[in-house]
Design a protein around this ligand. Structure first.
Ligand code: R5P
Length: 287
């Protein structure tokens, strides 16, 4: 029987994965002490030498989720299990290098801690860091980056031109053929740590009346809103799809002005998370 532990913010997805694999999620108590410190206790500990899959996404509450993940991995290890971290949305993945001298290398910090805790491997979905699917070595940690792109695309019918909002979405969209990529021509301003771009769209690049605009992450929404607006101004029917819908602030409301529909997966739970990645994760676990 496959052993699965869910994270507090990933209970539903962990339940779905477990159901597909015919198991039950191991019970876990998560408490907060009055001073804010976390406490975790697994309700089943009889997994000597077995793999235990800890399914914990890292949004919302990235930092809280990380502590919960680290402590759960430790609890598995302390009880003789072999911890595998299943991280549907891998927060801090965008700080996948030191861009400016003096910055912390966030992704390296997280990978190093997971490795030090004895994590056997990480399974994640469309993580931004490697920008490519498949198996990777991340600072000595084995990471399997699975793609939800085809599943997300298949949610929509035929007759769409798939569009990436910028050149950076090329690797993410590489499982699909014939995608068109828009160009971020220049950075126009930065407010509240959010960049706003002017997107230059040449109509010859985007054929057809219906567009499926796809990105890996929608966070502040600046990238996708600019792209959707430009396409809408060309008279297109614009459907938007992303794997990880963080939808910060009023981004969903703003995006709705230009998008006819907005769909995300359940790596992060939101009103748009109608495409489940549970079967993709279950397949990876059972391989
Ligand atoms: C960037 O490289 C990513 O693929 C996304 O386009 C970006 O993270 C989206 O961020 P935001 O929604 O804040 O524009």
């Amino acid at each position: 029987m496959v052993r699965i532990v869910g994270g507090s913010n990933t209970e539903e997805l962990a339940g779905k994965v477990s159901e597909i694999l015919g198991g039950a999620v191991i019970g876990k108590s998560v408490k907060k002490f009055p001073d804010g410190e976390s406490y975790i206790r697994l309700e089943d500990t009889g997994f000597e030498g077995e793999k235990v899959y800890v399914i914990q996404t890292l949004f919302p509450d990235q930092n809280e989720s990380l502590i919960e993940l680290f402590m759960t991995i430790n609890a598995v290890k302390e009880n003789g299990g072999i911890p595998v971290a299943v991280i549907p949305y891998f927060a801090y993945g965008r700080q996948d290098m030191v861009f400016e001298k003096g910055e912390a290398f966030s992704l390296k910090v997280i990978a190093s801690i997971l490795k030090a805790l004895g994590t056997e491997m990480v399974i994640t979905v469309d993580a931004h860091f490697h920008r490519k699917g498949g198996d990777h070595d991340m600072f000595g940690l084995h990471v399997k980056n699975i793609s939800a792109v085809k599943k997300l695309r298949n949610h929509f019918g035929n007759g769409f031109t798939v569009v990436g909002p910028d050149e950076g979405s090329r690797n993410f969209l590489s499982p699909l053929e014939g995608s068109v990529f828009l160009k971020k021509t220049k950075k126009i301003k930065e407010t509240n740590n959010q960049l706003h771009y002017k997107i230059n769209v040449e109509s010859k690049d985007v054929k057809g009346g219906s567009v499926l605009l796809m990105d890996d992450i929608i966070s502040g929404g600046g990238t996708i809103i600019s792209a959707a607006k430009a396409l809408k101004e060309q008279g297109k029917k614009v459907s938007v799809a992303c794997v990880h819908g963080l939808f910060m602030g009023d981004s969903l409301k703003k995006l709705s002005k230009y998008a006819d529909e907005i769909v995300s997966t359940d790596t992060i739970k939101s009103p748009c998370s109608v495409v489940s990645v549970a079967d993709l994760i279950a397949r990876e676990i059972s391989e």
